[in-house]
Ligand binder design. Sequence first.
Ligand code: NDP
Length: 277
Amino acid sequence: MSDQYAVIGNPIGHTKSPLIHRLFAEESQQDMSYTAIEGPLEPHDAFAETVRSFIAGGGKGMNVTAPFKLKAFAMADERSERAALAGAANALSFRNGRIIAENFDGVGLVRDIEVNLKLPMAGKRVLLLGAGGAVRGALLPFIAARPAELVVANRDVAKVKALAAQVATGDSLVACGYGDLEAMGRFDLVINATSASLTGELPPVPPGVFGPTGAAYELAYGKRLTPFLRLARNAGVLGIADGVGMLVEQAAEAFSWWRGVRPQTQAVIDRLTVPLD
Ligand code: NDP
């Protein structure tokens, strides 16, 4: 029987993960199956039972999406450092009777920005909006990319300050509210990692943060020109992108972790890309 993998979430009908992993498996000639599982929301321990029955049936690994990333992290026997900072897992590997938790959202995002979009962050001024799960997963990979300054802004300022306090980095990491951004000038890269775009909202970011040589990145994908990307474009940025590349790159990280083979990503990104205009 082929090695079995799955993505688990609720709802799960929208997921692109089975398609992405099928394309990766075809291209890298891996004998594996990959399905989508709608995980149970109730009772509390039903999620863990579903994962354990997948393992008992021969499952080798899982991607985890909303709302189960915290539960997946909690049930693991081992956790990577970036999963530990995020307090959340987006990938699990089942080896020798143990559950290992990883979080590839942040490395996938950094890889899309630096490799696919060719926007190296070293020495640049980077502004990250939000302090939810995606930012928690992104913080260590962003710091590793060595921006000159990394500013993280959130509506709930206490939340973002508490998150920043968990990573000791000296002066290069600043946590603040949106009201503080006015005085901070332009950034080379502004990333919307809030969930505002899912409901068509705009985080209260001042247009002055965007500059004519800068870029704007939206984590949501498939939503064309979100209010955030529209604001950035109207402010005259050089480039805009959405999160489809991040989605494919985090999947590629999980695939390499499970299979020991790194798949090509560009053709898959091209296939899933919805034009922004
Ligand atoms: P969370 O629910 O964990 O966090 C949401 C964050 O958005 C919070 O910081 C919240 O602020 C902020 N927020 C929500 N609405 C607004 C608003 N109107 N104005 C300003 N801030 C707002 O979400 P995630 O971190 O898991 O996801 C964030 C985004 O990233 C989503 O769009 C998601 O789809 C996307 N994503 C994309 C991935 C990809 O592969 N491309 C992977 C993972 C996520 P506060 O704390 O003040 O409430």
